[in-house]
Design a protein around this ligand. Structure first.
Ligand code: AN7
Length: 392
């Protein structure tokens, strides 16, 4: 196993504390001499231990193995949704955290540290608790969905809030880590070990579908997950497990769309958003740290980045909930909104995989319109039921 710089391709010995190329500052990728992507006996993502970094103690809460659900609404199309909300803390972050926290133990750390729009904090706090580590979480004040904050608190995280966006919170983490190494281990997605865990989504989906899908549509915030999933599909293809590589589509929320804006305008660098704003708080990120990895994934695969409006996101969330029975948080509905937008450009016989990253319960603050009638007596209640029953 080696670490390779994603920019200058220099190679380094594996080191749990190395996250940037000492030569050029680029982020790093985990490279293996030889991997076996077949699942083994074992727990959670560690079923794929022959394609993951070896660790002393495999921390797990049984993450992964999430439902792959074929959607009913898109007729004449095979659209599958990987429901990552079914992970132990309700998001895909658990796949990565199982690996990152195991590495933190090997690295001799006493605590993990993460900036978060919410889900990373829930996951880091739970997995740290599992491993007997403390967790320190940096959050954009007042901008994290209730369910996520509750989880971080429940699992005993120490919380630091900053005035500003996620990007400022992440800056604090990065600057802290530059100064101090050894005690507190960073588990944000610049941590290449964490992304190894997240690639297992590709392994599972390919096994369930019998091959790689033609399209994979992923919500993009800090741009780690789309990169990890692409890495997984590349490894499967190189190992001869799948016959093709998917086209990767990254979906951003319009008000936080540095990569989609770059693509639309043909820029060479992301169009950074200093004040990212969207109802999809999970992906309210203006400076995605993994932008180079994600750009490479999209380019290599022949895909693209697109953006969708908050209205499209909320409409997609409602459709998934009310027509498919699948409850996801707003960020996780972005791929479905993206599919609707791209529909005409995707050949009808394609197999499409939507990555639904987080559970609806994460964000109970979303306004949904519904009819509630207050019955004062049982007789009243029966009257209301009868009235509704007539209309079904
Ligand atoms: C539900 O929790 O960045 O593009 O700090 O929670 O890999 O960042 C969350 C990200 C998509 C975007 N969907 O993934 C955090 C955080 C959900 C998310 C993303 C997030 P990346």
């Amino acid at each position: 196993m080696r670490l390779q710089c994603i920019s200058c391709r220099a190679e380094y010995e594996p080191d749990p504390w190395l996250f940037r190329c000492p030569r050029c500052g680029g982020l790093l990728e985990v490279m293996y001499e030889d991997i076996d992507p077949a699942p083994t006996q074992g727990h959670g993502v560690w079923r794929f231990r022959n394609a993951l970094p070896p660790v002393g103690r495999m921390i797990s809460l049984g993450e992964g193995n999430t439902p792959l659900i074929k959607l009913e609404v898109p007729r004449r199309r095979d659209v599958y949704l990987k429901f990552e909300g079914a992970n132990p803390t309700g998001s895909f972050k658990d796949r990565g955290m199982a690996v990152a926290v195991s590495i933190a133990l090997d690295a001799g750390a006493k605590a993990v540290l993460a900036a978060s729009t919410g889900n990373t904090s829930s996951s880091a706090a739970a997995y740290a608790a599992r491993a007997g580590l403390r967790s320190i979480i940096v959050l954009p004040r007042g901008r994290v969905a209730k369910g996520k904050l509750f989880q971080a608190m429940l699992h005993g995280a120490s919380i630091v809030e900053v005035e500003g966006s996620f990007d400022e919170a992440l800056r604090a983490v990065i600057e802290y880590i530059e100064g101090e190494k050894g005690l507190v281990y960073p588990v944000n997605s610049f941590n290449q070990w964490r992304l190894e865990g997240q690639k297992t989504l590709a392994y599972e989906a390919a096994a369930e579908l019998g091959d790689a899908p033609d399209y994979v549509i992923v919500p993009v915030g800090n741009a780690g997950n789309i990169s990890a999933i692409w890495k997984g599909f590349k490894e499967l293809y190189q190992a001869g497990v799948t016959s093709k590589l998917p086209v990767m589509i990254g979906v951003q929320a319009r008000g936080a769309s540095p990569l989609a804006t770059m693509t639309e305008r043909g820029l060479r660098e992301p169009a950074w958003f200093d004040k990212p704003e969207t109802v999809a708080t999970a992906i309210r990120i203006g400076r995605p740290i993994n932008w180079q990895r994600a750009l490479e994934a999209v380019r290599e695969s022949g895909g693209t980045f697109i953006s969708v409006s908050d209205d499209e996101i909320l409409e997609a969330q409602k459709t998934l909930a009310r027509k498919e029975g699948i409850g996801v948080e707003p960020a996780s509905a972005a791929p479905y909104a993206g599919l609707l937008r791209l529909d005409a450009k995707i050949p009808k016989d394609s197999t499409i995989l939507l990555v639904a990253t987080g559970h609806a319960l994460k964000d109970p603050g979303i306004r949904v319109e519904t009819e509630i009638q207050l019955a004062v007596t049982i007789t009243d209640a029966i009257k209301f039921i009868k009235k509704i029953a007539i209309s079904v």
